[in-house]
Design a protein around this ligand. Structure first.
Ligand code: NDP
Length: 246
């Protein structure tokens, strides 16, 4: 079974990388289940995919709530008969030196970026085991590979996810589960819009992203590549960054 017909749930599908991924996978024949908090955006994307001949369902999901992830997985099974892939993409970023003590921002990153993935694992793993097959794809970051000032907590959350996935992989060598960590570099999305409060610093970050960032479709193609492999092949890690990124 290649990508066509695989049922894929995507968290954070209301914008950026998640929306591009859902669009791309649907264009390749995968039924997609879209999850995020902005339901209006999800409904719009689901309608667009359906109008283009694809199959899509939308569920309002806050990944900090384990029950919402269960609802996402249940929707895949109810609407399309199974869940083949969960793309854990929802994420938030807060940029700033740790000395700023942005405790609220730290908590948000841990809650969404780390616990959100754990909630997805808890919801999807029983279904994958029941089916005898499943694939967990997470969107981490090059921030975790090259630690720079102002991104320590964000990088920490992304590396926590990398660690969780590697542990899960080691525990899942019976061939039922495949795991993939996708590490994007700068990608032109809304992520940076919410990353800094100071308007001057925010404009600077947005300019950098606009000048250097690559299109979210580049990451979508990488996700598709990881999914579109024979059952005995696991793409463990993929890094996709602008050719000009340092
Ligand atoms: P966006 O801000 O465009 O997308 C983030 C997505 O996460 C949105 O769909 C948002 O939906 C969703 N989200 C945030 N909080 C929650 C929540 N509590 N529950 C459910 N969904 C939530 O940015 P990107 O597309 O760039 O981000 C996608 C992923 O890519 C993130 O994990 C990010 O860390 C990662 N990444 C991005 C890079 C970049 O340069 N852009 C680089 C490396 C990694 P909603 O608000 O509707 O809930």
């Amino acid at each position: 079974m290649t990508i066509t017909g695989k049922v894929v749930a995507v968290t954070g599908a209301s914008s950026g990388i998640g929306a591009a991924t859902a669009r791309h996978l649907a264009s390749l024949g995968a039924p997609v289940v879209l999850g995020a908090r902005r339901a209006d955006r999800l409904d719009g994307l689901a309608a667009e995919i359906t109008a283009g001949g694809g199959r899509a369902a939308a569920v309002r999901v806050d990944v900090t709530d384990p029950g919402d992830l269960r609802a996402l997985v249940d929707t895949a099974v109810d609407r399309f008969g199974r869940l083949d892939v969960l793309v854990g993409n929802a994420g938030v970023s807060r940029i700033g030196p740790m000395a700023d003590l942005d405790v609220e921002g730290w908590s948000a990153m841990v809650d969404v970026n780390v616990k959100g993935i754990l909630h997805g694992i808890a919801a999807a793993l029983p279904v994958f085991r029941r089916q005898g097959r499943g694939h967990l794809v997470t969107v981490v970051s090059t921030s975790g590979l090259k630690i720079v000032p102002t991104q320590a907590v964000y990088a920490g959350t992304k590396n926590a996810v990398r660690t969780l996935l590697e542990g899960l992989r080691q525990e899942s060598t019976d061939g039922v589960l495949r795991t993939t960590s996708i590490s994007p570099g700068y990608v032109r999305t809304e992520l940076v819009d919410h990353a800094v409060d100071d308007p001057v610093a925010r404009e600077q970050a947005k300019r950098t992203m606009a000048e250097l960032g690559i299109d979210p479709d580049a990451v979508a193609r990488a996700v598709a590549f990881a999914i579109d492999q024979p059952e005995d092949v696991e793409i463990g890690d993929l890094t996709i960054r602008p050719a000009r990124q340092g």
